[in-house]
Write a new protein. Structure first.
Length: 108
């Protein structure tokens, strides 16, 4: 099973927590980590911008990325939210198995 680390920036801690909770509730991710106090510097519409943001990091399977991206876009305040994924190549096998178990769909 291919695992992914999902990196999302949010406008506030509250927004990141809300997205993380929904993603866990819907079993799209095993867990979400919210790191407040991020400073983002980027170019947007031709100008350099600097904003306070919150980082949301989530662990999931590759098969959940499309639905997770749609969920983030539906709950996010930005018109073009950052949602990027990185492969999880190695790690504590028990933890990796837990990600798979927690994102497994059950029921009808």
């Amino acid at each position: 099973m291919e695992l992914r680390l999902v990196y999302v920036t949010a406008s506030s801690k509250e927004e990141a927590v809300a997205i993380g909770i929904r993603a866990v509730e819907e079993k799209l991710v095993a867990c979400a980590n919210v790191l407040d106090g991020l400073t983002s510097i980027y170019r947007w519409e031709g100008a350099i911008a600097q904003d306070a943001e919150t980082l949301l990091v989530m662990k999931t399977t590759a098969g959940n990325i499309e639905k997770l991206t749609q969920l983030v876009k539906s709950l996010h305040s930005y018109t073009c939210p950052c949602v990027v994924t990185l492969p999880i190549l190695e790690g504590n096998q028990a933890f990796l198995d837990w990600i798979v178990d927690e994102t497994a769909k059950t029921g009808p």
